[in-house]
Unconditional design. Structure first.
Length: 294
């Protein structure tokens, strides 16, 4: 049996040095996350599951976290790209982007829109719009993190920003209790836009109806495949947040199960090829180093 030349990429993972003031979204029910979670903690998982590289995503709305993540990426060769945070609606945006131009591993930016007092108002804000236009002009991916109740506002936002790739994180965080047909209706306008891709990540940690087993989530994967196609979907572990629902392998196993009927080419795209394209990853991926600087 031939081995695929397409590298396996985890398109969504995080690191942090935990502090309550910087990671306020980590609540008292998330004790497993209230610790430093660093490359040395993830490397064994990537190696065990045959993952050659990762996309490291911000988890804190601070520019100094972005610079720290970029330093980690330089020190750990399995991190192939960073999605950081910049003050996208603020006066500091230009100077921050100027500093980051010297950082080749920065490939995208994200803001935790779901944590805004009014996500819909934030998405409609003209200063935000100008900031997104600027980061797209400079060739950065913009990642979109909202809860399902703001997918309508997000579709309007995405329609205004088609200069470069947009990526929907975590299926758009669906309300599983309302069923897959409800989610399809919500996300269909986004999926109709060819510059929008979606991460197959985070579903295991969304609140589930009583009695819902992991396999009961497969219809959302099937629907995502129908809506976006295999060329606009990416596997992401959402490590270490995924630890709230088990271990690293649970999410990967679910995604493998959901895609087992696809062709090898389609599976390769979801498990690495699409991330390589969207984040412009280097072709000379050399695998996971078992040494970490942190």
């Amino acid at each position: 049996m031939s081995v695929s030349a397409v590298p396996k990429i985890d398109a969504h993972q995080h690191f942090w040095r935990y502090s309550p003031e910087n990671y306020r979204w980590i609540n008292d029910q998330m004790t497993v996350l209230k610790q430093d979670l660093l490359p040395k903690n993830l490397i064994p998982q990537l190696a065990a599951h045959g993952i050659q590289g990762s996309v490291l995503v911000q988890a804190c709305s601070r520019f100094d976290e972005t610079r720290w993540l970029l330093n980690l990426a330089e020190e750990n060769d399995f991190v192939k790209a960073v999605v950081g945070w910049v003050d996208i609606a603020g006066s500091a945006l230009g100077s921050q982007l100027a500093l980051l131009q010297q950082q080749p591993l920065l490939r995208g930016v994200r803001h935790q829109v779901q944590d805004e007092a009014s996500p819909a108002d934030w998405l409609a804000n003209s200063a935000v719009g100008r900031g997104v236009e600027q980061v797209q002009r400079q060739g950065y991916v913009y990642e979109m993190l909202v809860n399902q109740q703001h997918l309508d506002a997000l579709a309007t936002f995405a329609g205004r920003h088609d200069r470069h790739y947009l990526v929907l994180d975590h299926f758009g965080k669906p309300d599983l209790s309302q069923g897959v047909a409800h989610w399809v209706k919500q996300v269909k306008p986004l999926a109709a836009m060819p510059h929008v891709s979606c991460k197959l990540s985070g579903l295991l940690t969304e609140p589930r109806p009583r009695g819902f087993a992991p396999n009961d989530l497969l219809p959302w994967f099937d629907a995502a495949l129908s809506l976006f196609g295999s060329q606009r979907l990416m596997f992401g572990s959402d490590w270490p947040v995924c630890l709230l629902a088990g271990d690293y392998g649970n999410g990967k196993s679910l995604c493998q199960q959901a895609t087992e009927a696809l062709s090898p080419t389609e599976r390769d795209a979801i498990f690495g090829g699409n991330a390589c394209k969207i984040y412009a990853l280097h072709s000379d991926l050399t695998g996971v180093s078992h040494e970490s600087a942190s």
